[in-house]
Ligand binder design. Structure first.
Ligand SMILES: Nc1ncnc2c1ncn2[C@@H]1O[C@H](COP(=O)(O)OP(=O)(O)O)[C@@H](O)[C@H]1O
Ligand SMILES: [Mg+2]
Length: 257
């Protein structure tokens, strides 16, 4: 029925710890699907399996009709899946523009550093670089990052760094975007802005979003579907209202804070 993104019987262990335990879920194309659960529930491990950082022990991950479990991160990126990290993974001495250009590496036929130092304006490399810059400028506009464009990322406030990471993932032109706790460490104003950017990414760019998020208000407001996990297992999946009303979810959240 759903051939956009499906996870079936996914299991990943670390020694004796079962981080993901026979997990099943399916996401519809174009939707915002959120994953919630207490610390240690296995959320980031799930993303690491989807993005190819970890190889699952068993189970299947299918994207647009193809098995992607066990592929290398680059191959998964080429299938159109991009991600952000819970702890930012950016080049802090490089500018916003440069970090976003790196996000386009899977689309580059020629070496970017060669391209950046080219003086022959009519060369293929120079033309290609101009195309990449145009795409990146569009993302900078979309995320309102103009003032951060030429600033080393390390000099930006944390909320802006998170946006640069979002931009770097978007530069890949993904069909599916994985966001690991996008609003963590943000002020409530920044979170409000992020809400609208995520909505824009879904609606204007047509990107489907799979998101791990702790802020329940954000999850409730933005998600089409929510999956709650604990100990690597599904507690409940449904609409935000259905999930928030589930006694185990209430207990897990009260138990955490
Ligand atoms: N690389 C690893 N090596 C050993 N244990 C890990 C590793 N990654 C995750 N785990 C364990 O797997 C469980 C789930 O962790 P994680 O996926 O980070 O949870 P969450 O993102 O939901 O907080 C935890 O018990 C964690 O200690
Ligand atoms: Mg995590």
């Amino acid at each position: 029925m759903n051939d956009f993104f499906t996870v079936t019987g996914l299991t990943r262990t670390f020694g004796g710890v079962v981080a993901i335990d026979a997990l099943d879920f399916a996401q519809k194309k174009g939707s915002i699907f959120s994953i919630i659960g207490p610390n240690g529930a296995g959320k980031t491990t799930l993303f690491n399996c989807i993005s190819g950082i970890y190889r699952p022990d068993s189970g299947e991950i299918c994207f647009q009709g193809r098995r992607i479990d066990g592929l290398k991160p680059d191959a998964i990126a080429r299938h159109g899946i991009a991600r952000t990290f819970q702890n930012l993974e950016l080049f802090f001495r490089m500018t916003t523009m440069e970090n976003l250009m790196l996000g386009r590496h899977i689309h580059m036929r020629t070496n970017i550093w060669h391209g950046l130092t080219m003086f022959h304006k009519n060369s293929t490399a120079a033309r290609e670089e101009a195309e990449h810059r145009e795409k990146v400028e569009h993302i900078i506009d979309l995320l309102d990052l103009q003032s951060a464009r030429d600033v080393p990322v390390g000099a930006l406030p944390y909320g802006r760094q998170k946006l640069v990471e979002l931009g770097r993932a978007l530069a890949l032109e993904p069909s599916l975007l994985l966001l690991d706790e996008p609003s963590a460490g943000m002020t409530s104003d920044e979170r409000q802005d992020l809400f609208f950017w995520i909505k824009d990414i879904q609606q204007e760019l047509g990107v489907s979003i799979l998101m791990i998020e702790h802020n329940m208000q954000m999850v409730m407001d933005i998600s089409d579907r929510v999956l709650a996990i604990d100990f690597g297992k599904k507690l409940v999946e449904g609409t935000p209202e259905e999930v928030a009303a589930h006694p185990e979810v209430i207990k897990a959240y009260l138990g955490e804070d």
